[in-house]
Write a protein that binds this ligand. Structure first.
Ligand code: ZN
Length: 320
């Protein structure tokens, strides 16, 4: 499943190629990838064609592209525009093909490295053609992800909505998602206070997308190990200093993943269990059960916790 660093890699990959381009034509090959779009494929295509992509923004695992309102036929005074929202779900990939007028040192096909290389169209669900011959392909094997157009709503704090945007506007469909740890507008002291009002296990609290977004199981386990916290400790019983240490650890793991282009087990096809790949080898706890804890050399263990695996060191991370 793509985690926040993979989604940020996708955002950075898209940005230089699509910002300022006008959507000329949209091909929908799979209607189920539009299940969150009201009105179906025809309305989706009609809404997008002729509109310019202004930015590529991200909050947590949500990506969106604010659109020009040039072709908007309905104008509501409260509306501040619309955005194309892209969610990768479990297996989604976005590939950008640079057009002939795009100057790029790279080959014409850009990133998202892994995937069904033998047949790049096999899981193609939506294709967006833009000016200059640039094209985005949305591929998704399991169809948990998708695209839709959402109205933008003002951010409650009046600050830019996420990474990659200057607009204080978030898609309505993503407004329930909290700011993530890489967001420059994150109010960290406020987040620490909110976390400490919760009696739930700390791991459940940091995985809650309405509290802080984009912390997946890998990052939670790694950060808890680094901060020496047991996953089941009630958040309200942990000191502010310790919570700050946990968030810093979590941000650090994400940034290291970002430096190597994501955790590298973002696709269903390659490295899906996280055992291989450059970044996976640098993990301390996640997937390392049965191997010595890098800190105390006692064996790490894996347990089931709230329908997920938790990897931890019973000696360094005591339940109390
Ligand atoms: Zn240990």
């Amino acid at each position: 499943m793509p985690e926040l660093p993979e989604v940020e890699v996708v955002r950075r990959g898209l940005e230089p190629f699509v910002v300022g381009r006008v959507i000329e034509r949209v091909e929908v090959r799979e209607e189920r990838s539009l299940k969150r779009h009201a009105g179906g494929a025809e309305a989706f295509v009609r809404t997008l064609e002729g509109r310019e992509i202004r930015e590529v923004a991200r909050r947590g695992k949500f990506l969106w592209a604010p659109l020009s309102d040039a072709r908007r036929t309905t104008s509501s005074p409260s509306s501040i525009g619309e955005a194309l929202v892209m969610h990768l779900g479990m297996s989604g990939q976005l590939r950008v093909y640079a057009g002939e007028s795009t100057q790029s040192a790279q080959a014409s096909e850009l990133p998202l490295r892994e995937g069904p290389a033998s047949d790049p169209e096999r899981h193609l669900r939506i294709r967006v053609h833009m000016t200059g011959g640039t094209r985005i392909d949305f591929l998704d094997q399991r169809i948990f992800g998708g695209m839709h157009v959402s109205s933008l709503v003002p951010t409650p704090d009046g600050l830019a909505a996420g990474v990659g945007t200057d607009l204080p506007a978030i898609p309505e469909s993503a407004a329930h998602i909290a700011r993530d740890l890489l967001d420059p507008a994150l109010d960290e002291p406020g987040l620490i206070r909110r976390i400490r009002t919760r009696k739930s296990p700390i791991k459940a609290v940091i995985l809650d997308q309405g509290t802080v977004s984009g912390v997946g199981n890998i990052y939670a386990d790694e950060a808890l190990w680094e901060a020496r916290l047991h996953y089941a400790r009630p958040a309200s019983g942990i000191s502010s200093r310790k919570i700050r240490e946990l968030l810093t650890a979590c941000r650090g793991v994400m940034q290291r993943a970002l430096e190597v282009g994501g955790t590298s087990f973002d696709s269903l096809y390659v490295n899906v269990d996280g055992r291989s790949g450059y970044f996976a080898r640098s993990l301390n706890a996640y997937g390392k059960h049965g191997t010595p804890c890098p800190r105390c050399s006692r064996p790490l263990v894996r347990v089931q916790f709230q329908n997920r695996s938790s990897h931890y060191c019973p000696y360094c991370q005591r339940a109390r």
